[in-house]
Design a protein around this ligand. Structure first.
Ligand SMILES: Cc1cc2nc3c(=O)[nH]c(=O)nc-3n(C[C@H](O)[C@H](O)[C@H](O)COP(=O)(O)OP(=O)(O)OC[C@H]3O[C@@H](n4cnc5c(N)ncnc54)[C@H](O)[C@@H]3O)c2cc1C
Length: 330
């Protein structure tokens, strides 16, 4: 057994200050990802700072419009909240597509965003993995890479990002509120995550000691017509092979605006800006949806065992766009 200290935080300031002074300290929220990592030997912290009881567990309408989701809001409470279900249905659907009821009761908003990759080699300490041990190599590139990335990967890492919630938040223009020793800052969710490059051990742009305190969703009328769809090996309790979160503003058959993010394809939620650009101002039909999907996925570079993800992502995106633009569903 590897010993470590445990402290329960009573306020965000002291949690941040304590962690910043201890290079091998980590925050513990619901523990549904972190505790697995302790058991697997992926992580050997000197101190766990339990932030799960900080008073950051409410969902509140923001004065200027939009919603603030506290970082300790449990996944189940987030998915069930009337404001989220009504105004941001893609987010509620994404959260419900993740993990299981029991896990969602424990898992927090902040912890969900910072869960780490499910690449089998990252989780297996007996194999080389640049994400776990920089410079050791990537076992997935020439190994079992059915789950690996097809977009934005590097020669050092082909792992994918696992959070379903993050994919919906990427499409909904969410902004992450962060508290660090240098003060508070706001980071657009699309800028929170990194592509692997030559530093795949770094998942995000956060600095050591920074605590996520909330996720803000802007007042986004387009989001009321949004949806999330996930393709996976089992109907529940499985991570995404491919997922799509999208929101569409359509009038008289013409797409006025579209917001799309793809999951399961890259080291971060993939905001599909090329597809969005192609869709804006066009008549909603199958050929346009196909062109949008093909344009976005033209950059895909599949490995030996994951080429299926490219048509799967295209077909899933087309299906979601059809669902969101079919008159009966308006
Ligand atoms: C069997 C299984 C199946 C799953 N299936 C899915 C799935 O299909 N889709 C999906 O999206 N997820 C899935 N999950 C992942 C699950 O959603 C995450 O484990 C969970 O959301 C993590 O939240 P947590 O609060 O337990 O985080 P923790 O495990 O406590 O923490 C995770 C990480 O975040 C850091 N952290 C936590 N809170 C903060 C904060 N506020 N600020 C800064 N750092 C913080 C911790 O230090 C740690 O590094 C699954 C998990 C399991 C075990």
């Amino acid at each position: 057994m590897i010993p470590f200290d445990y402290q329960r935080a009573t306020d965000a300031d002291s949690a941040v200050a304590t962690l910043a002074g201890r290079p091998r300290a980590v925050f513990l929220a619901g523990g549904t990802n972190l505790v697995d990592h302790l058991k697997l030997g992926l992580l050997r912290p000197e101190l766990l700072i339990d932030v799960s009881r900080l008073p950051l567990d409410t969902i509140d309408a923001l004065p200027g419009g939009g919603v603030r989701i506290g970082a300790m809001v449990r996944n189940s409470d987030l998915a069930a909240h009337p404001l989220i279900r009504r105004s941001y249905p893609a987010l509620a659907q994404a959260v419900l597509a993740g993990a299981s009821g029991q896990l969602r009761n424990l898992a927090t908003t902040g912890g969900n965003l910072l869960q780490r990759s499910r690449c089998r080699y990252f989780l297996d300490v007996t194999t080389p993995c640049n994400k776990r041990e920089p410079g050791s190599g990537c076992s997935a590139i020439d190994g079992h890479n059915r789950d690996s990335a097809v977009l934005g990967a590097s020669e050092h890492c082909v792992a994918t990002h696992p959070s379903d919630m993050a994919v919906a938040l990427a499409a909904l223009d969410a902004v992450i509120q962060v508290h660090g020793t240098d003060g508070k800052r706001a980071i657009p969710l699309t800028e929170l995550y990194r592509l692997p490059g030559d530093e795949p051990n770094r998942d995000t742009m956060l600095r050591h000691g920074e605590l996520i305190t909330a996720v803000d969703l802007p007042d986004l009328p387009i989001a009321t017509r949004s949806a999330f769809r996930k393709v996976r090996d089992r109907a529940s309790y499985a991570f995404a092979l491919v997922s799509v979160a999208a929101a569409v503003d359509i009038a008289h058959g013409v797409i006025r605006d579209a917001s799309i993010a793809l999951g399961g394809l890259a080291h971060k939620p993939w905001r599909a800006t090329r597809a969005e650009d192609l869709l804006r101002g066009t008549l909603a039909d199958h050929d346009v949806f196909r062109a949008a999907a093909d344009t976005e996925l033209a950059a895909a570079r599949p490995l030996a065992h994951n080429a299926f993800k490219v048509p799967m992502a295209a077909n899933t995106l087309i299906a979601v766009l059809r669902e969101l633009t079919t008159p009966e569903t308006r």
